[in-house]
Ligand binder design. Structure first.
Ligand code: HEM
Ligand code: HEM
Length: 492
């Protein structure tokens, strides 16, 4: 058994990968629509006044964030887990019937939940907690889906041949444990129908926490959702795919562990930066700011480790569009993890909070770091999953430049818009009267909203090119995996 080459089973990976691309297009399409709505409010009724209830900004915004974060990103994370997990643990899922069933049930329950979620958000059913909008029946379903993944991780680790757990596995485990904890605590809620003896909708609930406590738990959750959905699983991916694609060993394994524990310890205390100048205790706010600044260290530790992995091999960045995605992705990670701490400084946050600068920060991380890394991971996996060569490298390169231009237009326009907004809101005359009314800021921001919408549209066009490239890959010339194989971490 030990000597036989392993035949990995990618059936679950393929399901998650295809669904990720579908959800990516859906989520980004809605994002682009939102961006045009902000520039031209008439777009709120693009399907007519009769359907405006479903197509307006406030209905579509949570659809965008959920479809992208818990749809596109999580589905990609799971596609990568069912691929990377088997390879670095040197065990095939096919060796355990239970693991195969768990994997498939995991996917199909998630698939079903995704449709219920889309319908419920469009219908306006929401708890109104940002990034945690689902009502209790869905929260229970999500708990089951999450546990299925956890069982899959534990099961694969239990039957592994490779004793050492490669750093990517640590990051996947951390993602599983942290999100389980965040989800459970932030969604402790009281179903009002049952609590009141049958009043209102059966699925409606209110948070178990009240007022300031609710805000504290919500932003402890919110910030760590960024940490453990948009950061740690993405680091897990890059630690596998960059060495694998470039044929270079990770620059420093020690640095990867140091950054891992740094992230684990520091992230959990930084959520207070979302509540600066609010009713939460002052020490919590200060702690949020201080831990945010410290967070630069472990974040840059990971990013620099990725960049230094290319030491002496920079010609590969010029030659390979796939490596370009990963290296620019790491650079955007450094960028947003410097920008975030700056925004967390109280005096800066006084200008930045509630403005488009925050939206700019979100998207230089989301489009540049998360989006690019996921795209790179899928480009790496697809040929091995379908045993085909990538259909077109030049299409990949064109996509890279179109999307990069899109990101630059998105975040630069939002920086200018946000800082202009922040300054105009504060401006006052010598008597303390506000210099501008709210509508003055809206008028000034219009050109920047249009530029953002153009940038977002470019990013979406690039993503559609990516989907087309992957689709054509599934029908391209068949090749043996050995023809595609580069050197890899732990030889996997
Ligand atoms: C060192 C790391 C980071 C720090 C210290 C940080 C800090 C911040 C701060 C201060 C805000 C604004 C809070 C406000 O005034 O409303 C914010 C918002 C946000 N950041 Fe970061 N950030 C970091 C990294 C990232 C990364 C890598 C991403 C995504 C890939 C990200 C996603 C977000 C999101 C989604 C929000 C908006 C939350 C909301 O109000 O809905 N952050 N961050
Ligand atoms: C074609 C690409 C995209 C476009 C055009 C787009 C556009 C938008 C727009 C217009 C908003 C609403 C901003 C507001 O309320 O003022 C938004 C919010 C948001 N988007 Fe995107 N988006 C895109 C891709 C993504 C991706 C890939 C992610 C995550 C990986 C993401 C995560 C978010 C988040 C977390 C928010 C909430 C931000 C906040 O509350 O500060 N978006 N997006």
């Amino acid at each position: 058994m030990e000597d036989r080459p392993l035949e990995y089973d990618y059936s679950v990976t393929r399901l998650f990968l295809i669904f990720a691309i579908f959800l990516g297009i859906t989520g980004m399409l809605v994002g682009v629509l939102l961006a045009w709505q902000m520039a031209y409010p008439g777009v709120n009724t693009f399907l007519g006044e009769g359907l405006a209830e479903y197509t307006n900004f406030s209905r579509l915004r949570p659809l965008h964030t959920n479809a992208i974060i818990y749809g596109f990103v999580l589905s990609s994370v799971w596609a990568s887990w069912y691929y990377v997990g088997q390879r670095v643990l040197k065990v095939s899922m096919a060796e355990s019937k239970t693991l195969m069933i768990l994997g498939k049930v995991h996917f199909w329950l998630y698939f079903g939940a995704a449709f219920v979620i889309v319908v419920s958000l469009l219908a306006g059913v929401t708890t109104s907690k940002e990034y945690s909008e689902f009502e209790w029946p869905l929260d229970l379903g999500i708990t089951v889906i999450w546990l299925l993944w956890g069982c899959g991780i534990a099961g694969l680790i239990a039957i592994r041949r490779e004793k050492t757990l490669y750093i990517s596995i640590w990051y996947y485990i951390a993602t599983f444990l942290a999100v389980a904890m965040l989800h459970l605590f932030n969604n402790l809620e009281i179903p009002t129908y049952f609590a009141s003896g049958g009043v209102g909708a059966w699925y409606h609930s209110v948070s178990m926490y009240a007022g300031t406590n609710d805000a504290l738990v919500q932003w402890w959750f919110g910030h760590n959702a960024v940490a453990f959905v948009l950061t740690t699983p993405i680091i897990a991916m890059i630690y596998y795919f960059l060495p694998k694609e470039s044929g270079q060993a990770i620059y420093s394994y020690k640095l990867s562990l140091l950054s891992f524990w740094g992230l684990m310890f520091v992230y959990l205390w930084a959520g207070g930066h979302h509540l600066l100048y609010s009713t939460v205790p002052d020490w919590v706010q200060t702690m949020g700011s201080v831990f945010s600044v410290i967070l630069i260290l472990p974040s840059w530790g990971s990013a620099i480790n990725m960049l230094l992995t290319m030491k002496g091999e920079w010609q590969q960045v010029a030659a390979s569009p796939l490596i370009k995605f990963m290296i620019l992705g790491s650079t955007f990670y450094m960028f947003s993890t410097l920008e975030g701490p700056i925004q967390a400084i109280k005096s800066v946050n006084a200008i930045a909070h509630f403005t488009d600068w925050i939206v700019g920060h979100v998207h230089d991380g989301a489009l540049g770091w998360v989006g690019f890394m996921v795209i790179a991971a899928i480009y790496h996996m697809a040929p091995r999953l379908f045993k085909r060569e990538i259909y077109s490298k030049s299409l990949m390169a064109t996509q890279f430049w179109i999307q990069t231009l899109g990101i630059v237009l998105y975040f630069t326009s939002m920086w200018i818009a946000g800082i202009t907004q922040g300054m105009m809101w504060r401006a006052h005359d010598q008597f303390g009267n506000l210099a501008y009314s709210f509508i003055d800021t809206v008028t000034v921001l219009h050109p920047y909203y249009t530029i953002r919408a153009v940038g977002g549209t470019l990013y979406l066009i690039g993503f559609i090119m990516f989907a087309y490239n992957i689709y054509k890959t599934t029908t391209a010339r068949p090749v043996e995996e050995s023809e595609l194989q580069n050197a890899s971490p732990m030889g996997a």
